[in-house]
Design a protein around this ligand. Structure first.
Ligand code: DGL
Length: 278
């Protein structure tokens, strides 16, 4: 079989990676996409590194056994903890994560190279974003902050309003300039990198409280660009138009459909989601 005709496998701990799938679908409309959300084990972001690696390898094995030509790790936490292990285990196919593209987007957006990164506890503790940004721009100043509550808020569909803005303020007020904070100073971050799949959903609430000079970037669009470039480079683009999207979850397809619709920005029917065991 022609490998190029296989789908691209996309993995996330849950539904958050659908923000990456959405960008991939726009950027690569002819490609088939096979998405796996490990909702039975979600959240990954509060777990230890070894557990995250173990879960991620199992999920990736499922996708590889089903037949994918490339693996996109759409989960920041899984990328941060498990990318080297994934590349070692599945050396026959390209494995792309979201951390490097996110770091590229942040460095490109920042003028003063002072960047604030927000992510899950595990991603911040592991320092993957800090290291990736420093590799691209050694003089960058990076401030990291775990914003654990943003994950359940996004899944609950609580994306705006005073309560969400209050929580965002609590997490961000001592690392970024807020609205009405007076003169802009050069040593404050001018860029906020959303280093978690869930955080783009809360972007409007963050925008409302942050000073206007702060740019907000995430890795979804840059990751889609990297996947497109990799397909071109390896001559792996689908030879005939496809565009089929299939969804797998390890628990509760009804909840996946409901919450997934928020991340996808369009309705996702429960009937399109298959329950799988890892
Ligand atoms: N997908 C995870 C990430 O991007 C967030 C949810 C979780 O903690 O599993 O970091």
């Amino acid at each position: 079989m022609n490998t190029a005709a296989l789908p691209i496998g996309i993995f996330d701990s849950g539904m958050g990676g659908l923000t990456v799938l959405k960008e991939l679908a726009q950027r690569l409309p002819h490609e088939d996409l096979l998405y796996l959300g490990d909702t039975a084990r979600l959240p990954y972001g509060t777990k230890g590194q070894e557990t995250i690696i173990r879960y991620t390898l199992k999920a990736a094995r499922k996708l590889v056994d089903m037949g994918v030509k490339m693996l996109v790790v759409a989960c920041n936490t899984a990328t941060a903890a498990a990318l080297p292990s994934l590349r070692a285990h599945f050396a026959a196919i390209p494995v792309l994560g979201v951390v490097e593209p996110g770091a590229q987007a942040a460095v490109a957006a920042s003028s003063n190279k002072h960047i604030a990164v927000i992510a899950t506890e595990a991603t911040i503790a592991g320092g993957a974003y800090q290291k990736a940004i420093a590799r691209l721009c050694p003089e960058a100043v990076i401030t990291g902050r775990a914003c654990t509550l943003f994950v359940p808020l996004a899944e609950e569909g609580w994306m705006d309003g005073p309560l969400v803005e209050g929580i965002a303020r609590r997490y961000l007020e001592d690392i970024l300039p807020l609205t009405g904070c007076g003169e802009k100073t050069h040593n404050e971050p001018d860029t906020l990198l959303l280093g978690c799949t869930h955080f783009p959903l809360l972007q409007d609430a963050m925008r409302n409280i942050l000073a206007p000079q702060v740019r907000i970037v995430d890795s979804a669009a840059t990751t889609a660009d990297c996947v497109a470039a990799e397909l071109r480079l390896r001559k792996m683009a689908r030879p005939t138009p496809g565009g089929e999207h299939r969804f797998l979850t390890t628990d509760n397809p009804a909840r996946f459909a409901r919450t997934g619709s928020l991340f996808l920005g369009q309705s996702l029917a429960e009937g399109r989601i298959s329950l799988v065991d890892l």
